[in-house]
Design a protein. Structure first.
Length: 115
């Protein structure tokens, strides 16, 4: 069976095959700017391991690493007045890239409920 990460766009960014503006990296997670930002700050936090979604049974250490880097990014980006962390999951959740990722959105007031 072909490696399912072979053509995954986020795996390709992690491997350096597609350019992205990196914001932070560590051994487990990378953070880069969204290509189509929905807020003044819009950063994606992505585990290096190819995990399709929250429904793909990510282990707790991976989830913890994603959220920990998300809060670090928010601090680095100066989002002292608050921010939103979103993990879209599946078609109804609005997930369009099948590699688990958290959006860190900030720099403007966020409406609630989301659309
Ligand atoms: P989601 O809809 O939650 O799956 O989010 C996928 C996000 O990936 C969207 O906000 C896209 O704008 C973003 N995206 C897609 N391709 C790239 C890319 N090559 N570099 C950075 N962000 C991307």
């Amino acid at each position: 069976m072909a490696d399912r990460s072979e053509n995954c766009i986020f795996c390709r960014i992690i491997r350096g095959e597609i350019p992205a503006t990196m914001v932070a990296t560590n051994d487990h997670v990378v953070a880069f700017r969204d290509l189509d930002p929905k807020a003044p700050v819009h950063v994606l936090v992505v585990p290096r391991e190819h995990i399709a979604s929250l429904d793909d049974s990510p282990d707790r250490a991976v989830l913890g690493a994603v959220l920990a880097l998300a809060t670090e990014v928010a601090q680095m980006e100066g989002l002292a007045d608050g921010y939103r962390v979103v993990i879209n999951t599946g078609p109804d959740g609005g997930q369009t890239v099948d590699h688990l990722h958290a959006h860190v959105l900030g720099g403007r007031h966020m409406a609630w409920p989301p659309g």
